[in-house]
Design a protein around this ligand. Structure first.
Ligand code: ADP
Ligand code: ZN
Ligand code: ZN
Length: 697
């Protein structure tokens, strides 16, 4: 008997293809089955789908192609997984097939049936499971706050409600995750859990803690640094239920886990959860949705815990309205104190001063006591600009609207946007002046100048010379470098750690008692309404790296600023996230900004800025009456990084007080836009895409 199947294949959004294509099969295949089908001239991977809303039901049965084969060795993708994909495709305005297939590991899409069969035969080696190992799960005695939080989290009434674990830095959130995981795994022998972290490479400690605690379990990790073979292996371990713990970055939200019972989103405020390409999904938001869908489609609930010391204002507001349950852990383990804020007023030092004298004195004092300090600046390289005083030349990137950054170690000018790299010219390329100078500062310069400022007579307590170490994207390019550098810090071999914000997140440094932010001012007066939220989180998180050991002397957080009276610092001094959030939310209500309104960006890339904007203008006109009263559109503008790698970029902001109204509008509007490409004024358009709930505007 011939069966007609609806199959999702990878087709770009707004192509002429319907959401699913019809194929025939000799055998009945369940929804979620993986199949290989021909699309055009290629054979591709597809997923058998239930009839999508607008599938072409009038497809002529006679013309239908048969599927090429089914991947029978792999169990079908289950209903909640398909529901999640369907939701994500609709919400982020992508085609079903694009989202579904992008959610699978690349090798699954590429390997042919024989290769795949070989892969599946390889028996994954058994983890050395011993009952002793499994029983280490409860070896740490919880603090009162930790126990109370876990009890509340597992209380019956909150079964389906998302929880926000609002816990100070060093309050022991990780221990709460570990013990919650242990509880879920022990109550149900098939249960699986998903732990998401913003950047897995930055948190090797978390991975170690899970591996040590759950020595008997297969732990699958999923992040973009893995090889295709590793990704396929991890995916199969999760999909088969063999791995019960999955640790991953934002991509792991789409992992197939047939018995998912718990999702943890650590550092839920982190912008890395928002993808900056493809469907541009927010893995944190999808985690909440996934828990809901899993609960709806299974007999057993799936719980979700978002954790942070500085939650996103979206999640905070959800607690205020009772949509999420707030669980609080205000105290640090062992009652260690949060560091005291010290503001260095840079108006009192000559312009261009890198370090306030008080900061240098404070660093020397810490070094003399054998304590560690952390100094951070959000710019790697030596200096952001190389300039000629004689003619005004600056080292612009020829392909981007940005300056190339001067890297002193290899004497190059490097564009951090397109990667364009050149040797530093001997003289000004415009006027031949030999004296071109670095302007501004990057981490390399901070490292170099700090050594000079501390002077050669600043020594360790034992009289040996001090060690300054720099950690940023440049020093950690190769596998293992970050781990090695962090190990040195943990071992106490480093006195001052210099770096970008990479070192301010998550690390459990035990010996650091001073943290200094060299330049925080740029974010205070940014045009981006989220800049204060990000700065506050960054400074709180950075402060959180200091004084984590209760026995250490009073820890200090130094901030160099020319605006010491800014209200943000008043909240920071009191470690008052709640006060800061209340202030920000009140500003945002008045301005009708998220979370009190909903936004989407339509972005266009073209050969020229004129074309990019012309396309957006045409799109705006095409909206006509569709937008109605509920949706507002702002005029097209160049993006703040207007040109990257010779491509001009423009965007248009759409805003609505109603999420549903905005969604409905986008769903009707976007399919119309493809036709605009043929307009004469849009010639040279490269691509367009929508970003729903954008983080950077
Ligand atoms: P957070 O993630 O909230 O910043 P961590 O989970 O890293 O904090 O915990 C901070 C430190 O306290 C860690 O070194 C951890 O091992 C320790 N810790 C956590 N819970 C306990 C506990 N109940 N008893 C003793 N030490 C704990
Ligand atoms: Zn010049
Ligand atoms: Zn460039």
């Amino acid at each position: 008997m011939r069966h007609i199947l609806q199959v999702a294949v990878a087709a770009p959004a707004h192509s002429d293809l319907p959401p699913t294509l019809s194929y025939t099969s000799e055998h009945a295949l369940g929804f979620g089955s993986l199949v290989r089908v021909t699309l055009g001239k290629r054979e591709v991977l597809g997923i058998v789908w239930q009839e999508a809303e607008s599938a072409n039901s009038d497809a002529q049965e006679v013309k239908l192609k048969a599927i090429e084969g089914a991947l029978g060795d792999i169990a079908p993708l289950n209903t909640p997984w398909r529901a999640l994909i369907q939701f994500a495709a609709r919400y982020y305005q992508r085609s079903l097939g694009e989202v579904a297939l992008a959610a699978l590991p690349p090798q699954l899409r590429e390997l042919d049936a024989t290769q795949l069969a070989k892969r599946l035969k390889r028996k994954p080696k058994e983890a050395a499971a011993s009952d002793e190992a499994k029983n280490t799960a409860n070896s740490v005695a919880l603090s009162a706050e930790q126990s109370s939080v876990i009890e509340q989290f597992f209380a019956e009434k909150t079964a389906a409600q998302p929880c926000l674990l609002f816990g100070s830095t060093g309050s022991g959130k990780t221990e709460v995750y570990l013990q919650s995981v242990a509880r879920v795994l022990s109550e149900d022998e098939t249960a699986q859990v998903l732990i998401m972290v913003p950047e897995i490479n930055l948190t090797p400690q978390l991975q170690t803690r899970f591996t040590e605690r759950f020595a008997g379990e297969v732990i699958a990790t999923m992040h973009s640094g893995m090889t295709p073979a590793q990704r396929l292996k991890a995916w199969l371990q999760a999909h088969s239920g063999q791995a019960r713990i999955i640790l991953g970055t934002r991509m792991s939200i789409f992992a197939s886990m047939p018995h998912l019972r718990l999702i943890v989103v650590d550092e839920e405020h982190d912008a890395s959860y928002k993808s900056q390409d493809g469907a541009r999904h927010s893995a944190r938001d999808l985690a909440v949705m996934r828990a809901k869908l899993e609960t709806e489609h299974n007999e057993k609930p799936c719980k979700v815990m978002l954790g942070s010391a500085t939650p996103s204002l979206e999640s905070w507001q959800a607690c205020e309205t009772g949509r999420y349950q707030r669980l609080q852990m205000p105290s640090r383990i062992g009652n260690a104190l949060l560091p005291k804020l010290k503001l260095a007023d840079m108006r009192l030092t000559p312009r261009g001063t890198l370090f306030a004298p008080q900061l240098i004195a404070a660093l020397q004092e810490r070094i003399a006591r054998g304590e560690q300090s952390l100094v951070f600046l959000n710019r790697r390289g030596y200096a952001p600009v190389l300039a000629c005083d004689a003619c005004g030349w600056k080292c612009e990137c020829p392909h981007c609207s940005a300056y190339r950054v001067f890297h002193k170690t290899d004497r190059t000018l490097r564009c951090h946007h397109c990667g364009h790299t050149e040797r530093v010219p001997r003289a000004c390329p415009e006027c031949g002046n030999m004296d071109i100078q670095p302007v501004g500062r990057g981490t390399q310069k901070i490292e170099e100048q700090l050594a000079l400022a501390l002077g050669s007579d600043t020594l360790r307590p034992d009289g040996s010379p001090i060690v300054i170490s720099r950690i940023d994207a440049d020093t950690t390019k190769h596998k293992g470098e970050l781990e090695a550098q962090l190990a040195q810090v943990h071992a106490g071999d480093v006195d001052v750690l210099v770096g970008t914000q990479m070192i301010t997140k998550g690390h459990d440094f035990r010996r650091i008692t001073l943290v200094a932010a060299i330049d925080a001012d740029a974010a205070l007066f940014s045009s981006d309404f989220r800049a204060p939220e990000r700065l506050f989180a960054l400074l709180m998180q950075a402060a959180g790296r200091a004084g984590r050991d209760a026995s250490s002397t009073a820890a200090h957080m130094w901030v160099q600023t020319r605006h010491p009276d800014h209200p943000l610092f008043a909240s920071l001094a009191k470690h008052d996230y709640a006060g800061f959030a209340a202030q920000q939310l009140s500003d945002r209500t008045q301005a009708q900004l998220p979370p009190f309104s909903f936004q989407a960006l339509l972005r266009a890339e073209a050969r020229t800025q004129v074309v990019a904007q012309a396309f957006l203008q045409a799109a705006l006109e095409a909206a006509g009456d569709l937008a109605g009263e509920q949706v507002g559109a702002f005029p097209p503008v160049p993006m703040s990084m207007q040109r990257v790698a010779d491509v001009e970029r423009a965007q248009m902001l759409l805003e609505s007080p109603s999420r549903v109204a905005l969604q409905n509008f986008l769903t009707q509007w976007l399919p119309e836009l493809r036709a605009l490409r043929s307009l004469p004024q849009c010639k040279g358009l490269i691509r367009f895409a929508v970003d729903v709930d954008p983080l950077l505007i």
